[in-house]
Design a protein around this ligand. Structure first.
Ligand code: 2BA
Ligand code: 2BA
Length: 109
């Protein structure tokens, strides 16, 4: 058994969970925050048999889109008298970042 852990953009999470449950998978969503942009994203856990993993990955790929985002980087440490003009940086946020973990034990009580 595997645990598929997908970090996706909040806008895509609902559609992805619908697609997963519609296909018969069980899923759990938690609200998370990206370390770089400090913006909300969603982490979706799907515990499933090994042979289903390619299909789960396919559903994630189909339902999550890459987006470009402009962000203001954190200002650098300044010396007195220095001036900082923030220039927005173009960041490409991926459709999904996915980790597939081995599950050593699965129980439902
Ligand atoms: P349970 O199987 O007892 O699951 C309770 C909650 O545990 C689920 O909430 C989900 O958050 C999590 N969970 C269970 N198995 C999981 C897994 N393999 N991977 C990730 N998370 C898992 P809900 O998704 O709201 O489901 C509530 C109940 O609805 C489930 O109780 C199950 O009896 C049923 N269910 C869920 N998904 C289903 C599906 N695709 N088809 C049919 N019944 C489903
Ligand atoms: P964030 O950390 O908010 O990152 C958003 C996007 O900013 C990233 O998109 C990437 O394009 C860029 N980025 C992140 N860290 C960077 C850095 N140190 N320097 C330059 N650019 C950087 P994605 O790679 O698609 O990641 C989207 C979200 O997935 C991330 O949000 C984070 O929450 C999660 N994530 C991605 N890779 C991860 C990893 N290896 N471990 C844990 N979480 C990860």
């Amino acid at each position: 058994m595997k645990l598929v852990m997908g970090i996706v953009q909040s806008d895509d999470a609902g559609r992805l969970v619908d697609a997963l449950t519609h296909a018969g998978y069980r899923a759990t969503t938690i609200s998370t925050t990206g370390g770089f942009l400090r913006q909300g994203n969603a982490t979706i856990f799907v515990g499933t048999e090994d042979e289903n993993v390619p299909h789960v990955l396919e559903l994630i790929q189909e339902n999550c889109q890459t987006r470009r985002q402009y962000v203001n980087p954190l200002p650098p440490v300044m010396e007195p008298g220095e001036m900082y003009l923030p220039t927005p940086v173009d960041v490409q946020v991926g459709g999904a970042t996915v980790f597939v973990l081995d599950v050593s034990q699965f129980e439902q009580f």
